[in-house]
Ligand binder design. Structure first.
Ligand code: GDP
Ligand code: MN
Length: 395
């Protein structure tokens, strides 16, 4: 779950990371009032869940409150399109109005989870303000990393080492080391999946300030991050993914193909996408229902898949370990009988209680595609989707 920049900066400030003075505005008048409070020269920043807003016209400097009001009037209500949002863009309903800062240098600083060692990693680069992927590709030596060992936690020397590496020495060394430690603490205490300050600015008058901030919270930790979870801005998220989230399905990602997939386990879900691709088709989504041992979860998941206009056929591919295939079969039958899935459905069940699961499908008397093999199931689903598409085109 992503926070807006203004929300991220509230979190950072709480942990002692210095941020520019400023507040969020939802109307041009509010933006003008905040600019007056801040003393006139401000920056007006579109609040949307994307980076690269600057290049897209979402970050504007204003010389006085009247200009701040004019920028806010242009930005609020706009659809911000960046290379991260896709062509449909994201709606902007608020702006962050902040004191303008005179920038001497821009540094990159972030904390993320590094999956290979299974530890949080702190990343810093002297080449701030730019796309970090680009820096990593062109000048990998300009990127410095240090890992937080969960057994002993963040160590102050790590902050000093990183600060040195990006040239924050001399008078900046102590404040920069403290800032890095506080950033690490904000990440750990908030169950972050990533926190990024790009740029961390050295101002002309020698201060360090987080000029931009992105913060994502691990969704699995939402239950213990209530205050942050409540800040979720639903307008920034894909409708189907929200529906899945509300139904308690963590792992749903909308894709651009036409075969809806209901699978248990992330590994099997990945393999299912591959099998569909191999059979010449494309999946409409990634969906891992996990160990869903209640039919209701299956019904909710199939409702989401079935109501997606892109979906031309559905593939249910279950390997029951802890998950019971009979319960999943029951859920599938319920969803189809309730009219939630009108598309052709192919089912492949294997594993726990598979004989009972198959019996449930037999007894339901539905017109289902059935397969025992993985590849065969994928082939059938691709064919069904192709037939549905052809039928539609000839109508
Ligand atoms: P992003 O484009 O979405 O990453 O938004 P940022 O907040 O990073 O803004 C983009 C760029 O605008 C920054 O890299 C800065 O160079 C510049 N910028 C942001 N705030 C200020 C400010 O207060 N003063 C000045 N001079 N430049 C700013
Ligand atoms: Mn930025």
């Amino acid at each position: 779950m992503k926070l807006h920049e203004y929300q991220a900066k509230e979190v950072l400030a709480r942990f002692g990371v210095p941020v520019p003075r400023g507040r969020v505005a939802r109307t041009p008048d509010e933006a003008e009032a905040i600019a007056k409070e801040l003393g006139g020269r401000v920056v007006v920043k579109a609040q949307a869940h994307t980076g690269a807003r600057g290049k897209a016209g979402g970050v504007k400097l204003a010389a006085d409150p009247a200009e701040a009001k004019a920028h806010a009037a242009n930005i609020i209500g706009m659809t911000l399109v960046t290379h991260q949002t896709g062509p449909q863009g994201l709606p902007v309903s608020s702006v962050l109005v902040e004191e303008a800062i005179d920038i001497e240098r821009e540094i990159y600083l972030s904390v993320a989870i590094d999956n290979s060692p299974g530890m949080p990693v702190i990343i810093a680069s002297a080449q701030g303000g730019m796309d970090i992927e680009e820096v990593a590709a062109n000048t990998p030596d300009a990127i410095h990393k240090t890992w937080i060992d969960p057994a002993c936690g963040f160590q102050p020397f790590q902050g000093r080492q990183l600060a040195f590496a990006v040239g924050l020495d001399g008078e900046h060394l102590n404040p920069a080391s403290t800032l890095i430690g506080n950033l690490a603490k904000s990440f750990l205490d908030s169950d972050g999946s990533i926190v990024e300050i790009n740029p961390l600015v050295v101002t002309k008058d020698g201060r360090l300030l987080a000029a931009d901030a992105k913060f994502s919270i691990d969704e699995s930790a939402e239950f213990r991050q209530q205050a942050l979870a409540e800040q979720r801005d639903r307008s920034q998220e894909a409708e189907k993914e929200l529906e899945a989230h509300d139904a308690g399905i963590q792992n749903y990602i909308k894709l651009d193909g036409n075969i809806g997939c209901l699978v248990n386990g992330a590994g099997l879900a990945m393999a299912t996408l591959d099998a569909i691709k191999f059979a010449g088709g494309d999946a409409a989504n990634f969906l891992d229902i996990g160990t869903a041992n209640n039919p209701e979860a299956v019904v909710s998941a199939l409702k989401i898949i079935g109501s997606d206009p892109d979906v031309k056929a559905v593939l249910i591919n279950i390997f029951g370990g802890l998950a019971r295939t009979d319960i999943i079969a029951e859920g599938a039958v319920q969803a189809i009988n309730q009219g939630l899935v009108k598309q052709p459905v192919v089912v492949r069940l294997a594993g726990t209680n598979v004989e009972i699961g198959k019996q449930v499908l037999d007894d339901a008397g539905l017109d289902l595609g059935r397969a025992d093999g993985f590849a065969e199931a994928a082939r059938m689903a691709v064919e069904a989707a192709q037939n549905a598409k052809n039928a539609q085109n000839t109508q």
